[in-house]
Design a protein around this ligand. Structure first.
Ligand code: DGJ
Length: 728
């Protein structure tokens, strides 16, 4: 078992880490340690200063050194003298909000807990252990159950929380964070991923200063603007050395991560559903389940930490037929045609794509209802036969006859006011009575909390999937949510709607992915506006960004790579000048960048020169050859494209016999100096040959001294180097 309890100290051990807590003499659950293994009760580290204005619990009597405000706690609460950011805040029946939690019991079981209605890391019985610690409020019947899943081999600990109201009267939950992590010492920095539409997950590293820093979203979605995943690292931590911790929330709605450095230089991290768009009336005898946080730490830098997250997300978050399978190379018609297409145009694109080796044709926005621009049609998920003559069946058959699979776009959560659906059910759109609703990209949202709405969507989508051989669905979502109000909810429950929306979305996704196990679902939200571990539970890949500019993609994909595996990243080669930026990058560079993902094309291949067409076939061949290495190999960031003059990354096969170094040199210079780059993750004693040369290197040389990147001519030159083990 990866969990043991000795003298009321809980030891949660993974291959390389120890997580430790202690139920102290007052039953308060203190956090003691999360870091490398120490084989030690870490209680000795705690100091008990008598800090003025830090209150003492009643049982401490005249002892002024025992304070909830100064002790590292496992789950900080509001209202009882811990003035740091709380993990949980509740309003009781009498209006008070104190919550004083004491340890009552614990349970250790084999296997990994699951969470009703919410995605969670899953594992075989022998792969994980679960620890549940039951805390109870000293004055009421509120119980807080802290859940820990320990995946020893993966160096992963998951956390989640259940609030149980064993009393008779309802209480209101104002905040239920899934994670609370206290560190009594340390000089920390934190990394978060901010951005905007078409510019997601921009890496930013900041000093943790006194006070509170925060990353979050109140948009009802995890958002382009911040991502629900952060790192905390010791100063000086690099890709290959130093201590760091990662926390990824498995949730697709609004979230909050707060980091507070307090008066004693202690640091607290909390993470969970954003309290500004959350409240929950918890009836007597009822439970509330918070989403899960995936935690991991590394004493060998951020690269190792990322690889731990890649492995757990790929193997124990993503599900279904395609989770480990190579994905079809697809062509999407969006940037080739936008709304201006019919069956002929699509077939024309498909024919050339099939000839050049593409596996699947994806028909994007515009195939349904009355949909020639952004202003109408959403909700009417039946084929527009004026555009697709002969209907979907005929088109799919024709595409299949070319030897290609067929995929289709939906934006299920949306409704256009100019749609048959809206005319029939205006009340299904989210809007507050007496107020004009906010429109976003000319659309409203459906109230996903309502069962009849979800049933309608299930039927509408399954009717399309049943009608023809559709093997892929792109599930899009193109606006932030506002005007929270549901006719189904009483006024005292309106604050529940943002979370209920996410629960509704998950329920629908669960039904569809369960009933259509052979369909590959790809998530997306204006590109990467809902790129999170929650969505990856249903969709093993997500369209990474609407920005297909290869240069900017290196930065977006760099940020994405800190938590999410390469196979999860939808990434396509598009036309130049790029539609988002006007930038022109070489064809080869666009392909290399898109290969760091689930690869495809987003242009009309008919428009390419014969030379470029040949190159497409060669690119697809290369991707088929190296796809398994790219998706199953270990991923290494060899540069920081936010600072360096190049972006270079590397894939190493599990047996370290094959190494792929990909990337781009941003700008050329006259008399250019070549950039040295050290490889990582090779076997020092092995010899490697550089493809197409006779040159051999030891793994040690490649890692200790590195290689010189090719001298580039022209801006954005690609880097593509393959090293293969030389067998003696
Ligand atoms: C946003 C997506 O990210 C795009 O790829 C495309 O599908 C459009 N929506 C269609 O409206």
């Amino acid at each position: 078992m990866a969990v043991r309890v000795e003298n009321k100290v809980f030891y949660l051990e993974t291959k390389n880490s120890l997580y430790q807590m202690k139920a102290d003499e007052h039953g308060v659950l203190r956090h003691l340690w999360y870091g490398p293994k120490t084989e030690q009760d870490m209680d000795y580290l705690l100091d008990y200063p008598d800090v003025g204005f830090a209150g003492n619990i009643y049982e401490a009597d005249t002892c002024r050194t025992y304070s909830l405000n100064t002790l590292p706690l496992e789950y900080g609460t509001a209202g009882v003298g811990d003035y740091r950011v709380p993990a949980v805040a509740i309003v009781h029946e009498n209006g008070s909000n104190a919550l004083d939690l004491r340890c009552k019991a614990y349970r250790i079981t084999e296997g990994k807990y699951s969470i009703p209605g919410l995605p969670a890391v899953y594992a075989e019985e022998q792969e994980a252990d679960t620890l549940e610690i039951v805390l109870k409020d000293t004055a009421t019947e509120i119980y807080v159950i802290l859940q820990y899943g320990i995946l020893e081999e993966y160096d992963i600990i998951t956390r989640s929380v259940i609030i149980e109201n064993r009393g008779e009267q309802a209480v209101t939950l104002q905040r239920v964070h899934s994670l609370c992590l206290d560190f009594p010492y340390g000089d920390w920095e934190w990394i978060h991923f901010h951005g905007r539409h078409a510019m997601e997950r921009q890496f930013e590293r900041l000093e943790v200063f006194h006070g509170i820093q925060e990353s979050g979203s109140v948009r009802g979605m995890s958002s382009h603007q911040q991502n629900p995943a952060i790192l905390l690292c010791e100063k000086g931590c690099t890709e290959t050395s130093g201590f760091c911790i990662g926390a990824a929330l498995m949730y697709s709605g609004g979230f909050q991560a707060q980091i507070e450095k307090d008066q004693l230089n202690q640091t607290r991290v909390v993470m969970g559903i954003h309290p500004d768009t959350f409240s929950w009336k918890l009836e007597g005898k009822d439970c509330f389940y918070a989403p899960e946080v995936i935690l991991s730490c590394s004493n060998e830098g951020m690269g190792a930490l990322s690889r731990q997250f890649h492995r757990i997300i790929r193997e124990h978050v993503c599900r279904g037929k395609y989770k480990l399978e190579e994905r079809p190379v697809l062509i999407n018609n969006r940037e080739a045609a936008y709304f201006d297409f019919d069956d002929k145009k699509l077939l024309n694109i498909a024919k050339e794509a099939a000839r050049l080796g593409v596996d699947m044709m994806v028909m994007d926005d515009g195939w349904f209802g009355k949909r020639d621009d952004d202003c109408s049609g959403l909700g009417d998920w039946y084929v527009n036969e004026k555009k697709l003559k002969g209907g979907l069946v005929k088109l799919v058959e024709q595409v299949n006859d070319l030897g290609m699979k067929f995929g289709i776009w939906f934006e299920p959560e949306m409704i256009s006011e100019d749609s048959d659906l809206y005319r029939a059910h205006p009340d299904w759109a989210i809007q507050i009575p007496g107020r004009k609703p906010m429109r976003g990209r000319s659309r409203l949202l459906l109230d996903m909390t309502r069962k009849e709405v979800r049933d309608y969507l299930y039927q509408a989508i399954s009717a399309v999937l049943d009608s023809a051989n559709v093997e892929y669905v792109k599930w899009d979502m193109n606006r932030s949510i506002s005007d929270w109000y549901s006719a189904e909810l009483t006024p005292d429950r309106q604050g529940e709607m943002p979370h209920r929306y996410v629960l509704g979305l998950y329920e629908l996704l669960e039904r569809l992915t369960r009933d259509y196990p052979n369909v590959l679902f790809e998530g997306g939200s204006g590109g990467g506006g809902r790129f999170d571990a929650g969505m990856l539970y249903y969709c093993p890949q997500i369209w990474c960004s609407d920005n297909t500019d290869a240069y900017e993609r290196t930065r977006i994909q760099y940020g994405t790579s800190f938590f999410y595996p390469v196979s999860a990243v939808g990434s396509h080669v598009s036309a130049v000048p790029n539609h988002q930026t006007g930038r022109v990058t070489p064809f080869g560079t666009r392909a290399v960048t898109a290969m760091a993902g689930s690869f495809g094309y987003e242009l009309d291949l008919n428009t390419l020169s014969e030379e470029e067409k040949k190159e497409v076939t060669a690119q697809i061949k290369r991707f088929k050859k190296y796809g398994p290495l790219i998706h199953n190999g270990a991923y290494y960031r060899l540069s920081n494209p936010m600072e360096d003059k190049f972006a270079v990354w590397e894939f190493v096969s599990p047996d370290q016999s094959q190494v792929l170094v990909h990337g781009m040199i941003f700008w050329t210079e006259a008399n250019m100096l070549r950039y040295p780059v050290r490889l990582q993750g090779l076997a020092a004693g092995k010899r490697y040959r550089l493809e197409d040369t006779e040159q051999e290197y030891t793994g040690a040389a490649l890692m200790e001294a590195g290689i010189l990147l090719p001298r580039s001519r022209g801006d954005y030159a690609p880097v593509e180097l393959v090293f293969t083990e030389v067998s003696n």
